[in-house]
Design a protein around this ligand. Structure first.
Ligand SMILES: [Fe+2]
Length: 398
């Protein structure tokens, strides 16, 4: 995708009048992300939480068809109504949906038919924009664009898992990392009242609002994310075998799953290697550690004698030191509504609010986050055992 044009006061990073160009650019990029894949790569689902690329191509299209085209008063013919339950993800209020864990069981529609679905919907969207968009559809269209960008990141996570689960370890052709950025010296933040969350105006997800005040005691945060080299010391010091370092649920998870290192680490003949989207590489000690669960991040911080930052602390840091983020950083904050949280209207209330239970917040963004999509107020969230996303950590202390 072309770098987003910045315009003052618009946190989406785009000028307000280039909706059609943004839509086209985002839709094209999703196809471009799938272009290096073989047809067979588009269909498999090696883990229930990983979706096949074909499903992402179709689901992002369903979102526009359901929420932007179907409500138009006249003139839209659905591509194939039988697709709706297949590609609805979890919007119970708009109809039934296929089981998430069974997405890889669908050999039909074919990849080629799904691309036909995309073209049909794109033409109808572009036609609608040419004729002048109904104001009521502006928000669903805007949300559809941000939604598809979220799926572009999910696509890269899922493609990595699909290729990494294959013993042939195929390359996708994407260089993941450089050395972890940021200073190794701790940075101090004074106690005080801070405002966090997205201000009114411009696009933000409902879970980032409203902006509100929080009290933070004085804290220090290390700008440089934890590196592979640091995490390897934890592994080789027996960190995974010491129950004193782990949360109870984390210790059970390590034992049950026989976890001994971050996802995609392999040891042979005493040397560590990593599977990356650019193929198998020797473990580079200067890269940020990636693909660790909350349990692992928390245990590592305890081993270091420090802690993970809260999401408010990390937002204050990200506002002070904006930079491209290589990995999402786990926080010790549970994903919960902000004071006076109001979900998006209608069916979009299901977008974020209903997941505010049993998950932890990650902040920052990662190498797979599309340009112009991230914000310091952005709240990502995953379950504490999950680690197929590009998740790492920064350290904090009181
Ligand atoms: Fe989605």
């Amino acid at each position: 995708m072309e770098p987003a044009k910045k315009s003052a006061g618009d946190p989406t990073g785009f000028a307000a009048d280039d909706l059609a160009a943004r839509l086209r650019s985002v839709r094209e990029r999703t196809c471009a992300l799938c272009a290096p894949l073989a047809i067979e790569d588009h269909v498999v689902q090696p883990s229930p939480e990983v979706s096949p690329p074909k499903w992402h191509l179709a689901h992002t299209t369903w979102f526009f068809e359901k929420f932007v085209l179907e409500p138009r008063p006249r003139g839209y013919r659905p591509f194939d109504e039988r697709y709706h339950p297949l590609f609805n993800s979890y919007y119970k209020s708009v109809g039934p949906h296929w089981l998430q864990a069974e997405r890889g069981a669908l050999s039909r529609p074919t990849v080629s038919e799904v691309h036909g679905y995309r073209r049909h919907v794109d033409e109808a969207l572009e036609d609608g924009l040419r004729r002048g968009l109904d104001e009521a559809l502006r928000f669903p269209l805007e949300l559809g664009i941000h939604h598809e960008q979220q799926h572009q990141e999910l696509l890269l996570m899922d493609i990595k898992y699909i290729l990494g689960a294959n013993p042939l370890q195929p390359e996708y052709g994407f260089v993941e990392f450089e050395a972890a950025p940021g200073a190794a010296q701790w940075r101090d933040f004074e106690a005080g009242i801070h405002s966090i969350g997205a201000p009114p105006g411009g696009f933000a997800f409902d879970n980032e609002r409203p902006r509100h005040r929080v009290w933070l005691d004085g804290f220090a945060l290390r700008p440089r994310p934890v590196t592979n080299g640091e995490f390897r010391e934890f592994v080789e010091d027996g960190g995974y075998a010491d129950p004193r370092l782990w949360l109870s649920a984390g210790w059970d998870w390590v034992g049950r799953q026989r976890i001994e290192a971050p996802l995609y680490w392999r040891r042979s003949d005493g040397e560590w290697t990593l599977f990356t989207l650019g193929g198998v590489r020797p473990l580079d000690p200067d890269w940020p550690v990636c693909h660790v669960s909350y349990f692992e991040a928390d245990a590592f911080a305890r081993w270091k004698g420090v802690r993970l930052p809260t999401e408010a602390e990390l937002e204050v840091f990200l506002e002070a030191e904006p930079a491209d983020q290589p990995v999402w950083c786990w926080t010790r904050s549970a994903y919960a509504p902000y004071p006076r949280f109001a979900p998006f209207p209608g069916a979009f209330a299901e977008y974020n609010g209903k997941f505010m239970c049993s998950q932890m917040v990650l902040r920052g963004g990662c190498l797979a986050t599309p340009a112009g999509h991230g914000r310091p107020t952005y709240r990502n969230f995953f379950e504490p055992h999950q680690r197929w996303m590009f998740s790492g950590m920064r350290l904090a202390r009181d």
